[in-house]
Design a binder for this molecule. Structure first.
Ligand code: 3HC
Ligand code: NAI
Length: 697
């Protein structure tokens, strides 16, 4: 008997309690413990039936993801489940928390299932680039029909208990005391001499003969580049077409194919990276946090409105400050419209719109912010305006309030020094649309206190964000790296490429769109105005990148909003259509610059878009602007659409391309162009020499 699964009895019911905190993952000891426990109770004359339950916060939340890729040890999960299913005594699985993945699959090996009303079950393996590999694709369709199971496995969503009951995934919902309810259920089954109901013996309902072909069509867009969804469809089809044991064999083959793929390796890495990113190396997890009960936002524009929504969504009252009544009214109207649209699409209840709005208090006076525990500034992006705002805020904010700026490019240390409490100041760099985008770059200033960091990192999660801590540098981490791709994309147009060619390479790599389609979406005028303001031509130490962009903007081609940019648009259709006029502008610009245009290969585009980003990532790491390479990956996957099945720029560089190859390519471009832009970062050079990876830093 192992400690990972505890045995006890309640009358004539044997109880197996899984004891592997925090989430009772199916580590080898748990698998062995369940198998041995079932076998022991099966032979115990004093036991009539068995209850399998999780100790602590949840039933088994899945296979132990950390075991994947390591040599197998302990009982095989499929054997454990078969042992349960074939046990001569009834087994009832008692489900609470989140029985997910292998956890739900284990429960499907029981003969009956009871749950609490709050339980959420699911098969989320798809998010790890996997499929349910312990019979989930064969057993779930037998309970729910193929269509429902296919949707549940492809989405990986958490299914609330009442729905699970309705679909026959659980048999009964018990209130309050799960163990008591499960034992009573088992006793009732014994008393009724109920059959041992094995899911494997049920037949699958196929609702429509076209289900699989139709599903493939329906997911084509969102599953682009992923492997798991396609294998999942094949598995469920096998559940319909093959006898159970053959279906299991097919599931195994298709599971192993995924398990050994680089896509799944990337997605499993990313699962832990996202959780690691929330941890700050020099801020222990028990650092006392400041209490956040109310928030204030300054500026109700594009960002301020979205940020306010995040707080209202989390039930935190928020005061929204503007300079003028019209701006305040406009901001509130946009927020209300956003909520109403969500309600119309079924994303929230219509009656909740007013409830959320009631949590947002508009004000024109700084007095309205004096009780706020955290205030986030989202006013115009100039130092003068920020200076005024922080000086006023310093006058009214209560002692201990956290003062945050959403600046995307200004120096957070300088902003902090406009107050007499720079230790309370931090950057919270939201991404647009702030109510939708998950990424939050929290920017640590040189004076920012540790309890402020701890509080903001956990507040970020409370308001539904994925936080990453970064340091003060131009563009922080995300935009600083994006700029490298922007520079090379611009040069490639001058040298011979067209926007559609560059965009296609980036799209085919797995991004939602390429840099030029992206610029058209965001508005080309934004960068144009900044370039004019900064007189970038003289100031930058890189060759000017804006010749073509400027020429495009001078024609009023600001992007989608004007119906033309790098592409033309037949609005309201937002599909970018390549435009000969743009080709002409580009060719003329090359001529003016004295550049002879040449064919640029897709491989060159890929290398020039992504390798400089990796090189910049190396500089960011060496400067300590990101804590670890995984933080950079989390930023890129969440904020910029780096395909998660490629792990993020640093994981991709470490594990797919290899640092030496990137280093050598940088040298090749440096030597060909003579441009110091291509100089490999010292950290990259060092890692190549030592044959190490970014993940070792
Ligand atoms: N294996 C190993 N560790 C796991 C784990 C798993 N399956 N699930 C969670 N953990 C760890 C987390 O890394 C974290 O560790 P840390 O405290 O050291 O950072 C800790 O458990 C708590 O996790 P969360 O911070 O995510 O806690 P939450 O309460 O927010 O969420 C959860 C709990 C909903 C269970 C969430 O962790 C989750 O979604 N886990 C993954 C579930 C999953 O994907 N299961 C399927 C696995 S694959 C499988 O089963 C294959 C099978 O078909 C053969
Ligand atoms: P915006 O122009 O849409 O909104 C700014 C709002 O601030 C306006 O409503 C204006 O009336 C108000 N305002 C100006 N001065 C003020 C003052 N002294 N007191 C109170 N309110 C004042 O600008 P946006 O896009 O919301 O940007 C705000 C900040 O967020 C900027 O620092 C920007 O760099 C940053 N940011 C913007 C992103 C974007 O994609 N738009 C992304 C991330 C950060």
């Amino acid at each position: 008997m192992t400690d990972a699964v505890l045995r006890s009895t309640e009358g004539r019911i044997g109880i197996l309690t899984i004891n592997n905190p925090p989430v009772n993952a199916l580590a080898a000891a748990v698998r062995n413990g369940i198998k041995e426990g079932v076998e022991a109770f099966a032979q115990d004359p004093n036991v009539d039936a068995i209850v399998l339950i999780g100790g602590g916060r949840t039933f088994i939340a899945g296979a132990d993801i950390r075991e994947f890729g390591k040599p197998p040890s302990g009982a095989n999960l499929n054997d454990v489940i078969a042992t349960m299913e074939n046990c001569p005594k009834i087994i009832v699985a008692a489900l609470h928390g989140t029985p997910l993945g292998g956890g739900l699959e284990t429960a499907l090996g029981a003969h009956y299932r009871v749950s609490l009303p709050t339980t959420r079950v699911g098969l989320p393996e798809v998010h790890l680039g996997l499929l349910p590999g312990a019979g989930g694709t064969q057993r779930l369709p037998r309970l729910t029909g193929a269509k429902y199971a296919l949707d549940a496995i492809l989405s990986g969503r958490h299914i609330p208990a009442p729905e699970a009951k309705q679909k026959g995934i659980v048999d009964a919902i018990v209130e309050d005391d799960l163990l008591k309810g499960a034992v009573a259920h088992a006793q009732m089954l014994v008393a009724q001499n109920a059959p041992r109901r094995r899911v494997r013996d049920l037949t699958v309902t196929l609702e429509s003969p076209d289900l699989f072909a139709e599903t493939e069509k329906a997911i084509a867009r969102r599953a682009r580049g992923f492997k798991a969804p396609w294998n999942i469809i094949k598995c469920v089809q096998a559940a319909v077409e093959l006898p159970f044991d053959e279906g299991m064999k097919r599931e195994r083959e298709l599971f192993v194919e995924l398990l050994t793929s680089s896509e799944s390796a990337a997605q499993r890495y990313y699962f832990f990276a996202e959780r690691e990113a929330a941890k700050v190396l020099d801020v222990p997890s028990d650092t006392p946090q400041r209490e956040i009960k109310t928030a204030g936002i300054i500026g109700a524009g594009t960002m301020g409105g979205g940020i306010a929504m995040n707080f209202a969504n989390a039930g935190i009252p928020v005061t929204l400050l503007e300079v003028k009544q019209e701006a305040l009214d406009r901001g509130l109207k946009t927020i209300r419209t956003n909520y109403e649209n969500t309600a119309k699409r079924g994303g929230m209840k219509a009656e909740d719109v007013d409830k959320r709005m009631a949590l947002i208090t508009p004000t024109l006076s700084y007095d309205g912010l004096k009780d706020a525990d955290v205030v986030i500034e989202a006013v115009f992006e100039t130092m003068e305006v920020k200076e005024g705002v922080f000086k006023q805020l310093d006058e009214v904010a209560k002692p201990g309030a956290i003062l945050a700026t959403n600046t995307s490019g200004l120096n957070v240390n300088q902003i902090a020094n406009y107050t007499k409490r720079p230790g309370d100041v931090i950057g919270m760099h939201f991404f647009s649309p702030a109510n939708v985008m998950k990424l939050l770059e929290n920017v640590r200033g040189e004076a920012t206190q540790k309890d402020v960091i701890a509080t903001v990192m956990s507040l970020s999660k409370k308001i539904g964000k994925i936080p990453v801590l970064v340091g003060v540098c131009e563009g922080f981490v995300g935009n600083r790296m994006l700029r490298q791709r922007g520079i090379q994309s611009a040069y490639m147009l001058e040298e011979g490429a067209l926007p559609q060619q560059v965009d296609k390479v980036v799209f085919d790599y797995g991004f939602p769109m390429g840099p030029f389609a992206m610029s058209d979406l965001a508005g080309n005028d934004v960068g144009w105005r900044i370039r004019q303001g900064k007189k970038e031509k003289e100031q930058r130490n890189v060759r000017y990148t804006g010749y073509i962009a400027d020429a495009i903007c001078e024609l009023g081609r600001f992007g989608q909003k004007t119906g033309a940019g790098y592409y033309k648009y037949n609005l309201p259709d937002r599909t970018p259509v390549p435009d000969p006029e743009v080709e002409k502008i580009i060719e003329e610009t090359s001529k003016k610059l004295g550049i002879t245009r040449r064919a640029i290969s897709d491989q060159e585009i890929l290398e020039r878009c992504f390798y400089p980003m990796v090189n910049e990532g190396a500089k960011i790491l060496a400067e300590g602007m990101a804590q670890r390479s995984l933080d950079i990956d989390v930023i890129w996957v969440n904020g910029y659409g780096w395909p998660v099945y490629r792990g993020g720029p640093m994981w991709w560089a470490d594990n797919v391309v290899g640092l030496k190859k990137i280093h050598d390519a940088l040298l090749k471009y440096r030597d060909a162009s003579g441009d110091p832009f291509w100089e490999p970062a010292p950290l990259l050079k060092k890692l190549v020499q030592e044959d190490k990876k970014f993940s070792s830093v």
